[in-house]
Design a protein. Structure first.
Length: 384
């Protein structure tokens, strides 16, 4: 059964009625541009063909009921739970967070019953939470006939995640889940929220993106993420700029010399050089030179490993093994401390690269990685 059919079947089973519609939103990988979003910088994610589907129908009053295929649980909440942040916890908190953020923004949110099914793996750094937020948001916007254009939806979903759930993320994942286009990467300016859909036709170039789940245990992800964000914001204040996006690449060494310690200098260097790498990658893709982006991916990984300090031995091993086996480029994707690695490979070479990573893991005694090849899919959409 497809994920959309599973959502509909779950809806029937739980509510003994058909849904009024189904809405899907994808997970994402980020081609390049890590930890740049909350620094007002640039990112270049694309949507995965793995999706979360919300089957939904209106229900009377200010009440919401949501069932999840994954846990088999049904959670109910009402107006009291969405007048203050954080009152619904766990996976249903993302759903309540969307209702909360819509109400905070002044929308009349329709009561609803929802059934959620998903193919986006949890905890793999592929943005399962943003996919859930985006699918639920799309459903509620349509059911309520709310005047909330797609361009404005990522900021609202981010508010749900930041303030209701309490995770201090940037705007990349929600933007990818909502605004991506099939066959394209999404070049997003996280300050202005302007986007350019950059053609990313891997097939035509005889290439593939291999996504390898490092299966590394997540270690201190939330605390480390918040710490990175904090040191970036402090550094921007020290440099007297609104955000690290405003630090130019030219004269970077002189700028870094104004900072008080080596760790802060490294954090800033990562963000400034990573923004530049996103722009350089976009230039190459515009020129249809996908093959040439490999060294930028590798430089991004090195910067995340050595300057931003967000990689772990499993992801470093996967990147090294992929490159040694002939990948054109490879890097960790997502927030870090585990999650996935992406490798740009010749299409007929992806098994060789994947097997090389599996072998390297076995030699180091790591839990075996899992892998899949992906092409850019569409953002949030109503299915029926
Ligand atoms: C996570 C966050 F949710 C994003 O906002 C982004 O900061 C990313 O880590 C790192 O680039 O996915």
């Amino acid at each position: 059964m497809t994920v959309a059919d599973r959502a509909a079947a779950g809806f029937h089973q739980v509510y003994a009625q058909p849904p009024a519609g189904r809405w899907a939103a994808p997970g994402r990988v980020n081609l390049i541009g890590e930890h740049t979003d909350y620094n007002d910088g640039f990112v270049l994610p694309f949507a995965l063909p793995l999706r979360t589907v919300a089957a939904a129908a209106p229900q009377p009053g200010e009440t919401w009921t949501v069932w999840s295929e994954l846990t088999g649980e049904t959670v109910d909440f009402g107006a009291a739970e969405v007048t203050g942040a954080g009152r619904v916890t766990g996976w249903a908190g993302y759903v309540a967070g969307i209702v909360w953020a819509l109400r905070e923004a002044g929308y009349q949110v329709p009561g609803a019953r929802l059934a959620i099914a998903s193919d986006v793996p949890l905890g793999a750094g592929l943005s399962s939470s943003a996919a859930l937020e985006a699918a639920v948001l799309a459903a509620l916007v349509d059911l309520g006939g709310l005047d909330l254009p797609a361009e404005a939806q990522p900021r609202l979903a981010q508010r749900a995640e930041n303030h209701y759930v309490g995770a201090p993320t940037g705007i990349m994942d929600q933007s990818a889940a909502i605004r991506c286009r099939a066959g394209h990467a999404l070049f997003l300016d996280c300050r202005t929220e302007q986007v350019e859909h950059i053609p990313f036709d891997l097939n035509a170039a005889g290439l593939a993106i291999l996504v390898i789940d490092s299966n590394a245990p997540h270690r201190h992800v939330d605390g480390e993420y918040a710490a990175r964000r904090n040191s970036c914001e402090k550094a921007a204040a020290l440099l007297d700029v609104p955000a690290l996006r405003d630090v130019p690449t030219d004269g970077l060494d002189d700028t870094l010399a104004r900072l008080p310690d080596d760790e802060t200098r490294r954090r800033v260097r990562h963000v400034v050089t990573e923004n530049q790498r996103v722009c350089d990658t976009v230039e190459l893709l515009r020129a249809r030179q996908i093959q040439q982006i490999g060294p930028l991916l590798v430089a991004s990984h090195t910067s995340m490993r050595d300057d931003f300090a967000i990689t772990v031995p499993e992801v470093d091993t996967a990147v090294e093994a992929a490159l040694a086996a002939g990948a054109l480029g490879a890097r960790m994707t997502g927030g870090g401390f585990g999650g996935c690695v992406l490798a740009l490979v010749e299409a007929d070479h992806s098994d060789t690269v994947a097997n090389a990573v599996t072998d390297a893991y076995a030699r180091r005694g790591f839990t075996a990685p899992t892998h899949t090849t992906v092409t850019p899919a569409t953002g949030a959409t109503r299915l029926d």
